[in-house]
Ligand binder design. Structure first.
Ligand code: FES
Length: 75
């Protein structure tokens, strides 16, 4: 079975749609989560949304480690 991850399963919204929403309104990941509700339930999609905002990817055939919405500041 091929791995393909392309949506927040908790709100049943594709990364493509969520990332379009973020780009069109110039939202950060946290702002997107507040508006759309993605990442606020199980949190499994956070790492993929963060990666998608950085790279433009909307589908992933690899696993990413789970990340919190707010990353600790690096000094
Ligand atoms: S998959 Fe996005 S919060 Fe659960």
């Amino acid at each position: 079975m091929k791995l393909w991850i392309d949506k927040c399963y908790c709100i049943n919204e594709t990364f493509e749609s969520l990332l379009d929403q973020a780009r069109s309104a110039n939202l950060t990941l946290n702002q997107l989560a507040d508006q759309a509700g993605c990442g606020l339930h199980c949190g499994w999609c956070v790492a993929y949304l963060r990666r998608g905002l950085q790279t433009g990817e909307t589908g992933f055939d690899y696993l990413l480690p789970k990340e919190p919405l707010e990353l600790p500041e690096v000094e």
